[in-house]
Ligand binder design. Structure first.
Ligand SMILES: Nc1nc2c(c(=O)[nH]1)N[C@H]1C(S)=C(S)[C@@H](COP(=O)(O)OP(=O)(O)OC[C@H]3O[C@@H](n4cnc5c(=O)[nH]c(N)nc54)[C@H](O)[C@@H]3O)O[C@H]1N2
Ligand SMILES: Nc1nc2c(c(=O)[nH]1)N[C@H]1C(S)=C(S)[C@@H](COP(=O)(O)OP(=O)(O)OC[C@H]3O[C@@H](n4cnc5c(=O)[nH]c(N)nc54)[C@H](O)[C@@H]3O)O[C@H]1N2
Ligand code: SF4
Ligand SMILES: [Mo]
Length: 707
């Protein structure tokens, strides 16, 4: 797909790996130089859409701080090393620890970029098997695992997440998501803005439930401010109303449901009047939203990270789909539909309509006894597993594309724990707040040197598609691809330190080709490669009951573990948190913790600011631009105040991923405006006990003017 347009200029097609929208990009190069990056008009899925981060791939490729050779720590200082030296160091230090203490002594943590890289996502399990560890952690438990659990319990597959069919819907209720900025999550939908505008132009309505009047709320028909952490109350008020008013319309779902009566019983206590104080949305408004959902020809409810990073994350995620079922809009055009991915989906393999379903708690974490969910323990258990002596203690860590020092509650505690490890290996492209603790860092390629095929996101896409992109530039000589690094590490651990790097027959392209052939469209990789801009596989279609993988072959509306947790929702009605509540936010020119070193994104106004409502600012004596002090969990930070009518009174917002002033990291641009680490203020013991997801939202915090 590389075409010459002049003697030296070339145009390359490349899928952006930086967020879930998975836009197709056109990268123009001249020799080794990048001339421009634009949205690829010919992309069958994103049609030329791009955001500022897509453009920043040039800065990322050229970033002098991006690691290009392995680093080994010698006498406390990192020194550049060859790949063979780095592998030899790992061979010297890691296998003896496993021999002495067993596989569980190695913790593995995988971060957000892993979900975007087939070379990491598909090969990391082989390393885990080689080690034989059960101590797996990931960014999932800071993010979407409640939705994966509720989807797994209801539909039988962790990745069977229903997504809004935005191009055909009439009414969309959005909770705790800001796709205008985030570009969508558990919903792969490039150009949300354009699609939302088109929807409203055809007469559709959008209602956004969020403590802040976000960019998404501002563009919608209605914004409903909600008390942080209050979604379970609001959603229960709606579900209650559907039964009380006899508005339930099951339509084509009727023969495929289990647990409807149990559900009706279970929501009985949660009438809108009782729910109003907990969510801050009055009973009449709850009923009005329920009525709009019931009356819309085609409607969809979509909840995202704001609904997951709460004590009741799993309940919220479940209630969103309960509403989609009760309105008859699940698995229906214009409702919440299931993608049919061309490859790698559980719900297109095995027996159609039935499966093993999902279970949790096959084992429990050693210290807090948190249940395993989707093969992982909560990442908020990481520090205690390193700190607490005894059999099974984590003494070595392999950290793959993750920055828990900034991304995880009590990051400073994690930093301290990391510095106590016997051995730490980072696979990362930067020497940053987390990888500075490693003994060896093995760099990955620049995205422009790597092939790309998404495993995860075509399972959550607004349309069915198959797209592949090749490398734009050749990789540096001698540097392995990340999948080769992972397989080499597995060899080292399995006592084959001299084994050569794996060849292409074991590589991603062979894997993709196999998966496409086995997939529901019977494609080949050559066919996908040959199609400019990918292959469009059409609008989403009804998949009931073929996509179900529950043991019953039904949609489970009343999973017992979820119903059991409802008692805690009732108990929480009387325990309103005190003081100001802290929430996060995202910025278009930022991506979690690691994109603040890219000049094109780092320019412009200060981004790590505290948003606060004018009334609260006045009461606390906080002036625009002045420093506010924030205290929680025994930590105090300060951030510049940004007074905003968009905030709900009593709620303040600080973005995550900042705090780039830690010694020993090497991100020169980011260090100039470091910001502060929101996660230093959050507790690492506050979790949704069902999914293990961290509570990141609605956390009480003391706010005052700087003395
Ligand atoms: N308070 C609060 N905390 C949050 C959130 C929040 O909303 N509020 N959001 C959470 C969410 S949704 C997520 S997903 C997590 C993210 O949490 P993490 O995944 O831990 O953090 P990232 O900031 O995405 O860091 C990614 C790391 O991967 C490295 N990296 C980038 N590209 C590559 C590559 O190609 N190969 C390799 N090997 N490494 C690479 C980067 O240098 C960086 O070190 O943060 C969570 N933390
Ligand atoms: N530009 C940019 N894009 C990104 C990222 C980024 O860092 N920057 N990160 C990527 C990642 S890893 C992810 S997971 C996705 C996330 O994608 P989204 O889920 O769209 O994430 P946010 O923009 O954080 O939106 C969450 C919203 O929830 C609101 N909220 C907070 N607490 C509550 C609550 O209790 N109830 C309700 N109803 N709402 C609440 C917040 O105010 C916020 O507007 O974004 C991805 N895209
Ligand atoms: S929206 Fe996401 S995928 Fe699209 S260009 Fe921006 S960062 Fe890349
Ligand atoms: Mo995320």
């Amino acid at each position: 797909m590389t075409q010459s347009t002049s003697a030296t200029e070339q145009s390359h097609y490349r899928i952006c790996p930086l967020c879930e929208a998975c836009c197709g990009l056109e990268v123009r190069t001249q020799g080794e130089k990048i001339i421009s990056i634009r949205g690829a008009e010919q992309d069958v899925f994103s049609h030329g859409y791009i955001c500022p981060k897509g453009v920043s791939l040039k800065d990322l490729h050229e970033d002098p701080d991006r690691l290009r050779t392995p680093l080994i720590k010698r006498d406390g200082q990192f020194v550049e090393a060859s790949w063979e030296e780095a592998f030899a160091e790992i061979h010297k230090r890691l296998p003896p620890l496993i021999e002495a203490h067993g596989g569980d002594t190695v913790g593995c943590i995988v971060g957000n970029p892993v979900a975007h890289k087939i070379g990491l996502l598909a090969y990391f399990p082989r390393l885990v098997r080689a080690i034989g560890t059960r101590n797996i952690f990931s960014a999932s438990s800071l993010d979407q695992i409640p939705k994966q659990l509720s989807s797994g319990l209801m539909f039988g597959d962790w990745n069977a997440v229903a997504v809004p069919d935005i191009e055909r819907t009439d009414f969309m209720l959005i909770l705790g998501a800001n796709p205008m900025v985030s570009n969508g999550s558990l919903w792969t939908v490039p150009d949300y803005r354009g699609k939302a505008r088109a929807m409203r132009e055809r007469g559709g309505r959008i209602v956004v439930v969020d403590p802040r009047r976000t960019e998404t709320a501002a563009q919608a028909d209605m914004h409903l401010p909600i008390k942080p952490g209050g979604d379970a109350f609001f959603l229960l008020g709606l579900v209650h109303t559907f039964f009380a008013e006899n508005w339930v319309r099951l339509g084509h779902l009727e023969p495929h449901l289990a647990g409807l009566n149990a559900l009706r019983e279970a929501v009985q206590p949660f009438n809108p009047e009782r729910m109003a104080p907990g969510c801050g949305i009055d009973a009449a408004t709850q009923r009005s939203i329920a009525r709009q959902l019931a009356q819309a020809t085609r409607a969809v409810v979509y909840g995202r990270i704001g609904t997951c990073t709460q004590r009741f994350g799993t309940i919220n995620s479940w209630l969103v789909d309960v509403l989609n079922v009760l309105t008859g809009n699940l698995d229906r055009e214009g409702g919440a539909m299931f993608t049919k991915a061309a490859a790698f989906a559980v719900n297109t393999s095995g027996t159609p309509g039935q499966g093993r379903g999902v279970i949790t708690g096959r084992r429990h974490s050693r210290v807090s006894k948190a249940p395993e969910v989707f093969g992982e323990f909560p990442i908020t258990c990481l520090a205690e597993e390193i700190e607490t002596p005894g059999p099974g203690q984590i003494k070595a860590l392999i950290c793959i594309g993750s920055n828990p020092v900034l991304s995880t509650p009590q990051g400073p505690r994690i930093a301290k724990a990391l510095s106590s490890l016997s051995f730490m290996l980072s696979l990362d492209i930067y020497l940053n707040e987390t990888s500075r603790h490693a003994d060896v860092i093995l760099p990955g390629l620049s995205p422009l040197e790597d092939v790309h095929y998404d495993i995860a996101f075509p399972q959550f896409s607004y349309r069915n598609h198959a797209r592949f992109s090749g490398a734009v530039f050749a990789k540096p000589p001698g540097q392995p691809e990340e999948w080769q690094t992972l397989l080499r590490l597995a060899d080292i651990i399995q006592g084959k330190p001299e084994a050569p790097l794996a060849g292409p027959e074991q590589g991603p392209e062979a894997l993709i080709d196999q998966a496409l052939r086995a997939g529901p469209y019977g494609l080949t990789l050559d066919q996908v490669k040959a199609a400019p801009g990918g292959i469009d596989l059409g609008a989403l279609q009804s998949r009931m009951p073929e996509m179900l993988r529950t043991p019953s072959g039904k949609i489970e509306l009343a999973p017992p573990m979820v119903l059991a947790d409802l008692a805690h929702v009732e108990a929480a009605l009387d325990t309103a948190p005190e003081g100001m509540l802290l929430i996060g936010r995202r910025d278009v020119r930022s991506g979690n913790s690691w994109m603040h070193n890219l000049p094109v994104l780092a320019k412009g106004p200060e981004r790590c600011t505290l948003l606060i409502h004018p009334q609260d600012a006045a009461r606390l004596g906080l002036a625009q631009g002045a420093l506010a002090q924030l205290s929680a969990q025994g930590t105090t930070l300060s951030a510049p105040v940004d007074i905003s009518e968009d905030m709900m009174p009593g709620v303040v917002s600080l973005p995550h991923g900042w705090g780039h002033d830690l010694p020993g990291s090497q991100m020169q641009v980011a260090a100039r405006r470091p910001g502060v680490n929101l996660n230093a203020l959050l507790s690492d013991s506050a979790r949704d006990p069902l999914s293990g997801n961290a509570v990141l939202s609605g956390v009480p915090v003391q706010v005052s003017a700087m003395a």
